[in-house]
Ligand binder design. Sequence first.
Ligand code: HEM
Ligand code: NAG
Length: 647
Amino acid sequence: MPARQEEPKMVSTLLFAAGLVSAVAVYKYVSALQRNIALARSTGLKYVVYPIHPLNNLWQLTAGLILPLVYCVFPASWLKGWILPLQREWSYRTNQEFFDWAGSESVIIVAPDDVMLYTESAEVISQVTARKEAFPKDIARYGLLTFFGQNVVSTEAAVWRMHRRVTAPSFNEKNAAHTFAEALKQTRGMLNYLFNWELETKDSTGTIRTLEHDTMVWALNIIGYVGFGLRLIFPGEKLPDDPKLAKYGSLEAPPGYDLPFAQSLGTLLERIVAILLIPGWALKTLPFEFTRMTRMAKDNYRKYMEEFLAVKKEEVRKGDHERVGMDIMGELVRSVYGEKDSKTGAKLTDDEIISNAFIMTLAGHETTANVLHFTLVHLATNPSAQRRLQKDVDELLGDSDPLTWDYERNINALLASHIGACVNETMRVMPPVTVIPKITSPSSPQSISIKGQKHVLPAGLSIAFYLTSAHRNPNQWPTQPSKRTGKPTDLEEWLPDRWYRDTFKAASANTDDHGEDETADYGGYKGSDTSAALYRPVRGSFLPFSDGPRSCLGRRLAVVELAAALPAIFQKYSVELAVDEWATDEEVARMSVEEKREVYAKAQESSRAKIAAATAIITLKFQGGEHVPVRIVKRGKERFVRDLEVV
Ligand code: HEM
Ligand SMILES: *[C@@H]1O[C@H](CO)[C@@H](O)[C@H](O)[C@H]1NC(C)=O
């Protein structure tokens, strides 16, 4: 029968077609790989080949399924260093291992779909950040952040210069002073809230499981002020009298809105990843509570912004220029609609004003909150560091009411004290932004020098700074064997003392790298908390705020916020790990010092394990509701951290 005869023919035709398609695919795959290998080889740098690029979205989505299979099939000794970049958070979790295995601080990751230079080298990083034109920001990787319009984070070249010129003037010392004062107010609000508004009468907050969220509210409230000139409050606080401000500060939705301003902004920031991933139509139509709430937050936020914009434009039109505090959005409107606009040549559209105001809140909110959150957790985990910090706070500020602290009088001393050291140390071991993407200029190859040797990087090559590796690279940081773990370096540990050079002088004198030169100039630390006393990292080895012309605009503000919050907390209080998991309050009350030490050691171990498991989604933080429970207690009423010589 003819039909019978045709069947094998059809099958063979299909097979042939399939074979052809796969042959073409294989050919394309192999030639792309060859091309990329040749590209990598031309640089003279070490390179490592992968079947798919570790940052490929497809890999990111499927890694969790495929990696266990890979481990089943291949012996671990064979996969060793090679497999690391394919794992999530490899740099934070495994430190130097990959670069050590590859035998270089700068390694090109080659796959058919992408080529990328991974580096932890201060020498490479400092050259790249210094030469902005040669190595622009890889803004393709930020395309996501433009859903309200273009902004200073998402642009490059001339457009970026325009955005930066308009936004930068807000970041001045006068506004830093306003931010300091606002941060002090918000810290008091947070403490009152954590003590359930019984600050003066209670000895302890009880166990707090929401510190991450609370520090986020703290940072959001400050950003509300910095970005929009608003007074936002913690639940229970009194609203300002000014009805104009009260409307936005209110914890209830004003007429015409479903959500209060802070909640719409907070929800938007919290769900930014979901908003970027879920298509607009799905967000609009899906009937789930999550999509409904997210949509509501986004729509409400947009409406607030448009109303804001109208109000500010009106102010400018009326010449109502008087500014009480800080207000980036107001400044942007003024620079576009005010008389100044002719001078700066600013041409932001309304959408771009809204987008810049939003990006400031995004850039400055979670980052700063995380540093406060983790500094508190680290201080609770390291009682001796906490005692040293309190000693500095006592010496600098005594009993004075935080609301009387003065920016100009206090800020430098605070930053040169254990406060500054703790903030730096948190940003060293847990930089909120863990990877910074750059690219060599798409129009021309660029040469860099490494250990005296010239290397030419092809045009358009992606570069990733792995901060978590660079910040803990023993070739770039003075170090000594770990007292706690016995490892050859203590760079994985949170030890703020390292920022005082005398502690490390002996160690750094032994290293034969360029890190030594930098410190050698400043040898002989004898003074107290002067800035000459502090360790200055080698350029490119410590860049939580990036570096060079494209570095963080909000750096000063962030540091100022933290330098206000920490002394305002530790002047009167201590932060302790909660031990509820191992002992009740009654049991603790009956414990001997030795028993307390034992139970606290368990809490410390648990805290350290959780910190080690943090993951970067936008910023490095706990995921999935993970938290380190703590208690904030009046000084003198501590159960653990005052007396225990816990290390
Ligand atoms: C501890 C807190 C903070 C950290 C760790 C941090 C970190 C960074 C980093 C690493 C970059 C460079 C990103 C890149 O090149 O890919 C950056 C850029 C930026 N940050 Fe921050 N930031 C912090 C706080 C803030 C605050 C409080 C604000 C504003 C109020 C802010 C506003 C910005 C802006 C506008 C940029 C873009 C600058 C430009 O591209 O010209 N940041 N930040
Ligand atoms: C923190 O790091 C910065 C940047 O390297 C440095 O200038 C500052 O002195 C450091 N602060 C302390 C207290 O060591």
